[in-house]
Every structure is written in structure tokens, then in C-alpha cells.
Design a protein around this ligand. Structure first.
Ligand SMILES: Cc1ncc(COP(=O)(O)O)c(C=O)c1O
Length: 359
């Protein structure tokens, strides 16, 4: 590790593979497909591992992300975003040509009209998953009547083919863990009843990293796939805020160097918001040391992290510290490459091919 420049993003490969296999075998045991969202890792190498472990397909937000992941050998992709831009039609057609199964989202009645126009330009019938809002307040039918009306319009469309319903439970990151089980149960009851009223043969694809394992356990034959993104690596949200993952399963860390101790109780590191991203936990933490010492990254400038806490004065200038970040997704999107570690040694460098592919 001493050979690495700082700041560096380190991936613990055995932990990463264990995280992939754990959720995959849970899904396999319950006969549910895992269709990971690649927004977190954006790396062909990780997509390959997910597919090798048994993932049935991948999910992304943007066409550019899907294009970047094609070298993984993926054959099935769901673009979970409200596509509207007619200029994207040729790219969508090219993507469909390279996949066995391309699905896109339909997210409201107004969006349905824009998507129909786009499908006309693509020149082929698009398979769609209908978004249902389960509490995030972003895309998706706000109530069942709206969802059923939209399904009715889809049934009459020659350009769009309804294949299923999906939801994204990002708001679980802000719920007390004690509420997760009951909220997952009521959400599944509602989604499954809605799906059955529209058409029992439609697929139901809920799930994020906080809810995926619980959704799978509670599905009882009602869910066909889950689409978590952050589960391969974990972050302080998943381990400490949501208690969805054990801290010892955290597979990504930021290696930073202590560069100054300008006053008692404060150490400065060479990783700031351009490495950690500005995201922080509800109690204001951008990063915690992997070795459990009692200090935290509590403030960031672009290239400086402010470390405070009772153990701060034990830090030495030049010392290298591994930090778990508050939120993994933007951390990876801020770096061109990650360093792959095994038994404490760097063994490979992976490129983040989907970095910045926001179009
Ligand atoms: C539509 C959709 N599906 C799945 C996910 C994955 O969620 P998570 O990162 O919590 O696993 C996201 C994340 O933003 C999303 O927007």
C-alpha cells in the first residue's frame, strides 16, 4: 500500500466478490433475478463479476452508462430513466441491436406521450417498465388509479409494450431501520395487488440496496427481480445509518495522507470534496477510519479533509489512513481508476468506464 499515490480509491476484491455472491445466492434461493444498477460502480470489471455470479441483466440510468457496460457481455439492460430526447433515437436503436432484451422506463402519462414519439423514431417497439412511486416522490405513478390509467394507454400502444412495474425506494435511506421490515411488507402488498389488477403476468421489479435482501425474503413469489446498486461496496449509509450491511463487509476505502496538524484536535488530509464528494451522513460525517480509531472527516474543501475527534492527535504527518466514505456512488464517479487490493496488496487497476457518462 505504501507504493500507492494518495488519494486513491481502494477496492477489496475478496470482500467485493463476497458481497456479490451473498445477495446473488439469496436471490437464487428465492427464485428472484438480480439486475444490479451499475450507477454505483460504472466499471466493466464489476459488471462482469456480477454477471458471472448470476445476475440476469443490468440496470442503469443513462444510455451512455449502458453503452459503456457493453464490453461486459451483458445481454439484458433496463434503462430506469425518463427518456424523451429524439436525438437519442439512433443510440437507442444501436443499443437494442446489441442486446437480447432492452427495457426503458415509462414514468407518467405525459412521459408516455414523449416516449411514444421517441419509439417512433427508434423504429421498433420498445419494451417498457412502468414506474410506481412508493414514497420517494420522484418518477412514477403517485396512486394506483394513475398507474391503472397509464397501463390502459400502454395496452393501446403499438410502439410501447408493457412488460412490468418497477419502483425505487431511495427514501429508505432516511427511515429508521426499525421501520424497514413493516414498510417493505406494506409496499410489496400494494405493488403486487396493483400488478395483479393490471395483469398478473407482468414482472415486478422493486428494490434498492437498503431493501433488496428484505424484499427478496418477503416476496413470496410476487417479485421477479431486484435492482440494488451500492451493495457490491457498501458505504457509511448502508453500514451505519441503515444497518443493511456489516461494517466489515465494506469493500471500498479512500486512502489519504495526513498532510498537516495546524492546531490541536485538527488534522488535514489530502482528500477533499473532489475525492469524497460533498455527501455526508445525517450526523455530518464524510468518512470514518477503517481501523476504528475515534476520529472522522467532518468537513471538506476541494482538496482538503478536516479530521476531528478524540484520537486525532495520535495521527502523524505523512501517515496514511483508510477511510470508509459516507456515500460510495459519487466517490467512484470522481475517479478514473480504482486500485484492486487482495490481502493488503494492490493486484490490479480497474478503469471506471462509465464515469461521467451522464448523457
Ligand atoms: C431507479 C433506481 N434503481 C435502483 C437504484 C439503486 O439503488 P441503491 O444505490 O440504493 O442500491 C437507484 C439508485 O439511485 C435508482 O435510481
Amino acid at each position: 500500500m505504501d507504493s500507492l499515490p494518495t488519494p486513491s480509491i481502494l477496492i477489496d476484491r475478496p470482500r467485493l466478490l463476497a458481497n456479490l455472491r451473498r445477495l446473488q445466492s439469496h436471490c437464487d434461493r428465492h427464485g428472484i433475478e438480480l439486475r444490479p444498477h451499475i450507477k454505483t460502480h460504472k466499471m466493466v470489471a464489476v459488471a462482469r463479476e456480477q454477471l458471472a455470479a448470476g445476475a440476469r441483466g443490468l440496470t442503469c440510468a443513462k444510455i451512455g452508462e449502458a453503452e459503456a457496460m457493453l464490453p461486459s457481455g451483458v445481454r439484458s439492460f433496463f434503462i430506469a430513466h425518463s427518456l424523451v430526447d429524439p436525438r437519442q433515437a439512433p443510440r437507442l436503436a444501436a443499443l437494442a441491436d446489441q442486446l437480447d432484451d432492452l427495457r426503458v422506463a415509462v414514468t407518467s402519462e405525459l412521459h408516455f406521450e414523449a416516449l411514444e414519439r421517441l419509439a417512433g423514431l427508434v423504429g421498433r417497439r420498445l419494451r417498457v417498465m412502468m414506474a410506481v412511486d412508493t414514497g420517494l416522490g420522484r418518477e412514477g405513478a403517485r396512486d394506483d388509479a394513475t398507474a391503472e390509467r397509464l397501463a390502459g394507454r400502454l395496452a393501446g400502444s403499438s410502439r410501447l409494450e408493457l412488460r412490468g412495474l418497477y419502483s425505487h425506494e431511495g427514501f429508505f435511506y432516511g427511515l429508521p431501520p426499525a421501520e424497514h421490515e413493516a414498510k417493505v411488507a406494506s409496499m410489496l402488498d400494494r405493488l403486487a395487488a396493483l400488478r395483479d389488477r393490471i395483469d398478473p403476468s407482468l414482472a415486478l421489479w422493486p428494490g434498492c440496496s437498503v431493501t433488496a435482501a428484505r424484499v427478496v425474503s418477503a416476496a413470496a413469489g410476487r417479485v421477479q427481480a431486484v435492482r440494488p446498486g451500492a451493495y457490491p461496496f457498501g458505504d457509511l449509509y448502508l453500514t451505519r445509518v441503515c444497518a443493511s450491511m456489516a461494517p466489515e463487509d465494506q469493500a471500498i476505502h479512500i486512502l489519504a495522507t495526513v498532510v498537516d496538524k495546524p492546531e490541536p484536535g485538527l488534522a488535514l488530509i489530502d482528500a477533499g470534496s473532489k475525492t469524497f464528494s460533498p455527501d455526508r451522513t445525517p450526523d455530518g460525517v464524510h468518512g470514518l477510519p477503517a481501523d476504528g480509531r475515534d476520529f472522522a472527516v467532518v468537513r471538506l474543501n476541494e482538496e482538503h479533509g478536516y479530521v476531528r475527534g478524540p484520537a486525532t492527535d495520535s495521527l502523524q504527518i505523512g501517515e496514511r489512513v483508510l477511510f470508509a466514505p459516507a456515500h460510495v456512488c459519487p466517490v467512484i464517479n470522481l475517479t478514473d481508476t480504482v486500485v484492486v487490493m487482495e490481502s493488503g496488496r494492490p493486484v490490479a487497476t480497474w478503469r471506471v468506464e462509465g464515469r461521467g457518462r451522464t448523457q
